[in-house]
Design a protein around this ligand. Structure first.
Ligand SMILES: Nc1ncnc2c1ncn2[C@@H]1O[C@H](COP(=O)(O)OP(=O)(O)OP(=O)(O)O)[C@@H](O)[C@H]1O
Length: 448
């Protein structure tokens, strides 16, 4: 039935009236109908808006969820050891690339793995940064060194005693038992672990691991079987034959490359600050690697910028501006390198009060002689017994002379030193036939 049947004519109304009434009813119905339709439309629109808001809210929630999952995943990845933070790949030069080391947290807890302290992830990086560096317990190292037996002592330095030890996997290592003095010592230990675990170069002694078990702090290094350059050139009655000219040149180049790496190739330049003969270690084929980073400092952004600091280092090796005013730059290392080069040339120590007056200080004695061919020949280490090339000697003396200039700005960059030494070392194979087994080893070494 249609709508019309509902609208029955009322009694007492004329046809016209009826018609009018009908029309009126009809229009009133239509208006009501229109009103209903309008209400339905408003309700419909309201529903559409509501649904849109809900779906929008859902969409936002999904986005937030995805972002959270991603963040969680990336933090897990960095904790798992993938190098998500690469100091080298950091393009912002104003950021201290090694700043992350500050966040390492060495808190002791017996529950921690192997009872040693960790570079606990107070931020997100240490395990990634300490890739390849093992954590040892004090017990592990006691076993490795026969209870730190005196017979295993291979050296004593200002910061502790070094032992030869055999690790559980058979690796022979140098184990440095660090004497800790207050917070500074602790900071130095953390700094060295963090720095060496990031700096990998064939010209630096490799850090194999560390131990921070309760109060013990030890560093485990690769063992350098020929000891320090100090022992090789200065120890009287040393059982090895004196280092030959070729070996000395090769050592000079290896050391120059080590400092070049620290100054110019590390993400932030590093000033060694204690470069000297006893911190140059020699492997089985007399290839040199630089060690000992207790005093190292993260350098300024630019190569010649200076840091004002306490003058710490070794007398005889410290650049004058650093020793007297604490002005530290990469050029301070260049000066120390020049002193080591003079030791290689002359066989003399940087300070020797047993010598006649005027010869106590190697640099002040050598500097005026270094640019005079005749005098240079008179300065040469007698242990070489005349076995060297005079031309090369003069060239090396000239390099040493610029490195030990009293004015820091006149000293060269380590890159320049490396470039000057490379042709001399390359020529060695022609000058020295392969009869010298030591030199033969050097040429076939992967570091060449
Ligand atoms: N990795 C190593 N392999 C072999 N011998 C090492 C190793 N590390 C150190 N030594 C020996 O131990 C000695 C002491 O080293 P250490 O670094 O403690 O002090 P240093 O360099 O002699 O003096 P300082 O502490 O004043 O810098 C070295 O001179 C070297 O003979």
């Amino acid at each position: 039935m249609g709508i019309r049947s509902v609208v029955a004519p009322e009694p007492g109304l004329t046809a016209n009236n009826q018609l009018h009434h009908h029309h009126h009813l009809n229009s009133s119905f239509q208006s009501q109908n229109h009103h209903n339709y309008h209400t339905i439309r408003i309700r419909g629109s309201f529903l559409v808006i509501l649904l849109s808001i809900i779906s929008l809210a859902l969409l936002v929630a999904v986005f937030i969820l995805i972002a959270l999952v991603r963040r969680l995943k990336s933090s897990k990845t960095s904790a798992n050891g993938n190098p998500t933070v690469s100091s080298k790949s950091n393009n912002n030069n104003n950021l201290p690339k090694f700043a992350a080391h500050i966040s390492m947290n060495f808190t002791s807890s017996p529950d921690q793995k192997r009872n040693c302290l960790y570079g606990v992830n107070s931020g997100r990086l240490p395990s990634a940064k300490l890739r390849g560096v093992q954590v040892f317990t004090y017990k592990d190292l006691e076993l490795a060194t026969d209870g730190f037996a005196e017979a295993n002592v291979i050296g004593r330095g200002a910061f502790g005693v070094v032992y030869r030890g055999t690790l559980s996997d058979g690796t022979v290592a140098a184990i440095k038992n660090i004497r800790r003095e207050g917070r500074q010592g602790e900071r130095g230990f953390r700094f060295e672990v963090d720095l060496l675990s990031r700096l990998r170069s064939p010209y630096l002694v490799e850090l194999l691991g560390y131990c921070a078990d309760q109060n013990h702090r030890l560093l485990i290094f690769e063992f350098m079987s020929n000891g320090s350059l100090q022992k090789q050139i200065h120890s009287t009655g040393h059982r090895h034959q004196p280092l030959d000219w070729g070996t000395r040149l090769r050592i000079a180049l290896d050391c120059a490359k080590a400092l070049e790496f620290l100054h110019e190739h590390a993400a932030t330049s590093v000033i060694h600050r204690n470069f000297k003969c006893s911190n140059v270690l020699l492997d089985h084929s007399f290839r040199a690697r630089v060690s000992d980073f207790e005093l190292a400092k993260m350098g300024p952004d630019k190569i010649n910028d200076q840091i004002l600091t306490r003058a710490l280092g070794t007398a005889g090796y410290m650049a004058p501006e650093y020793a007297s005013m604490g002005k530290l730059t990469t050029k301070s290392d260049v000066y120390s390198y020049g002193v080591v080069l003079l030791e290689l040339l002359t066989g003399r120590t940087p300070i020797d009060t047993d010598r006649p007056p005027g010869e106590h200080f190697l640099v002040t004695w050598a500097l005026p002689r270094l640019t005079n061919g005749e005098k240079v020949i008179q300065m040469v280490d007698p242990a070489l017994q005349g076995e060297y090339s005079k031309k090369e000697l003069v060239q090396v003396a000239a390099i040493a002379a610029v490195c030990v200039q009293p004015e820091a700005d006149y000293r060269p960059l380590m890159t320049d030193v490396v470039q000057s030494l490379i042709p001399l070392v390359k020529r060695l194979s022609a000058t020295y036939p392969s009869t010298s087994s030591r030199f033969h080893n050097q040429l076939s070494s992967p570091m060449s």
